[in-house]
Design a binder for this molecule. Structure first.
Ligand code: AMP
Ligand code: ZN
Length: 466
């Protein structure tokens, strides 16, 4: 398996630190609003990379954080007159709902920055002890950038060019030794959330959060660190400076970055206001269409969002669904159980190989999808009323397997039986028996939010989909 590594600007053969295992950290969103579909791109593409590695038998420890302390969260909290925690908790929940809709697997751990403050204080202390950081008079702690001689190795920037850029901006009023130094800890302002530290009551800088969460959940050195390409500089460059100076080890061996999702060839972003939330798209499309759209391009290429491309994704996905539904129908109605399948097996293996070759080449999902389309075409040309069950099953299993690697759900029942509906109905019945009507109502509302309506009938509780 070859992965394009931003660090070396080349595709490299992937060799995990520990055989059979992968440690992977993906920078997660700052939670102050619904996520937009640009934020969904890293979630989808790196989830697909994870799924492929799991398909290959690798045990992937996948960590993705939520940045739940940040200026934007604080601003939103002030606007609404609530605690920042109310805002971050709300949008973490909403983000998780969107991820579920996009069939993005939950991470092994989703750490929250606010729950890892003591680890941040420890790492900052280590950096100060080693001379890589210093406290200014106002209680801010800065990283001494020039001391880290490898600074710029990820973004391929020259430190002197950076310095020239900073000089022209000429930030005043800061107590830095050098314009290149960046914040590790900042003192609180009135009304802001804060934590006690040896330097001031305050909060961590954004970059230190990821260094610490990655170390805690995955160790000092990890296999893959990933995120959108806007994070290469300064976020990931600073993470490397912090982690490698503090731990004395290589931080991450492979750095993966997805290209931007654009609108009219401009990066979709909250600040430009040119965004669609995942929720808005969900009003118009099944989110599987959005996932399929994202995977129709290579993850490193820029991708322009447009109604036409979404429609194309929709009809492409329908082609796969139709083929699958037809296979299921034929399977249920087949009159022959067994036939020689060797010829079909050979053909299927050829398409699987094509799919794998595409994914082995830096997760080329666009080509992998082409292989799925070729398989679908072959299936459609080779099945009919007389096809035996074992042949149909061969097609069903392999088509499902490839779609599952892409995170595309084919079985409608999977969604129906999902969420343990029956179990929830039973719990609700039990709550009603115990006269715990609050719980009963909560369960009913929860089901309703998933589009399931309960009906109390003489035969018991029945449910139907809205
Ligand atoms: P943020 O909440 O801005 O920190 O972003 C969370 C993740 O989404 C990061 O990995 C960003 O690089 C990524 N991201 C944000 N906007 C886009 C976009 N328009 N296209 C692709 N990735 C994006
Ligand atoms: Zn990060």
């Amino acid at each position: 398996m070859r992965i394009y590594n931003t660090l070396t600007k080349s595709k490299e053969e992937f060799k995990p630190i520990e055989e059979g295992k992968v440690s992977m950290y993906v920078c997660g969103p700052t939670v102050y609003n619904y996520i937009h579909i640009g934020n969904a791109r890293p979630m989808i593409v790196f989830d697909t990379a994870r799924r492929y590695m799991e398909y290959k038998g690798l045990d992937v420890n996948y960590v993705s954080n939520f940045t739940d302390v940040d200026d934007k969260i604080i601003k939103k909290a002030l606007e609404e007159g609530v605690d920042s925690e109310v805002i971050s908790k709300r949008y973490i929940e909403e983000c998780k709902k969107d991820m579920e809709g996009l069939n993005v697997k939950p991470a092994t751990v989703h750490p929250l920055a606010t729950e890892e403050i003591s680890g941040m204080i420890d790492m900052i202390s280590t950096l100060i002890d080693k001379g890589y950081a210093y406290k200014a008079d106002d209680g801010t702690v800065y990283y001494r950038t020039r001391k880290f001689t490898d600074y710029g190795k990820l973004s391929h920037k020259n430190i002197d060019d950076l310095e020239a850029g900073h000089r022209s901006i000429n930030v005043t009023g800061e107590l830095k030794e050098d314009p290149l130094d960046f914040v590790l800890w900042k003192p609180k302002k009135e009304g802001e959330p804060y934590w006690e530290s040896p330097w001031s009551d305050g909060r961590p800088g954004w970059h230190i959060e990821c260094s610490v969460m990655s170390k805690k959940y995955l160790g000092d050195s990890i296999d893959i660190h990933a995120g959108g390409e806007d994070l290469i500089f300064p976020h990931h460059e600073n993470e490397i400076a912090q982690s490698e100076a503090a731990n004395g080890k290589t931080f991450a061996n492979y750095w993966m970055h997805n290209g931007f999702l654009n609108i009219d060839n401009k990066k979709m972003s909250k600040s430009l206001g040119n965004f669609f939330t995942v929720r808005e798209i969900a009003d118009k499309y099944d989110l599987q269409v959005l996932r399929f759209f994202m995977l129709s391009a290579h993850y490193r290429s820029p991708l322009n969002f447009s109604a036409e491309l979404m429609e194309a994704a929709k009809s492409g996905l329908e082609r796969i669904h139709n083929s699958y539904d037809n296979l299921m129908y034929l399977y249920e109605n087949a009159s022959t159980d067994e036939a020689d399948e060797s010829e079909y097996k050979e053909a299927v293996d050829k398409y699987i190989k094509k799919f794998e070759e595409a994914m082995e080449d830096d997760f080329n999902t666009a080509d992998a999808i082409s292989a799925v389309f070729e398989l679908v075409k072959y299936i459609n040309q080779n099945v009919g009323d007389n096809t035996a069950k074992n042949v149909l099953k061969l097609f069903i299993d392999n088509l499902s397997m490839l779609c599952d690697i892409l995170g595309i759900i084919l079985k409608k029942e999977e969604k129906l039986l999902d969420a343990d509906i029956e179990k929830m109905i039973e719990e609700r019945q039990q709550a009603r028996k115990n006269k715990d009507f609050a719980t009963a109502d909560r369960i009913r509302d929860e089901l309703l939010s998933k589009g399931i309506v309960l009906e109390d009938t003489r035969e018991g509780v029945k449910y139907k989909w809205l």
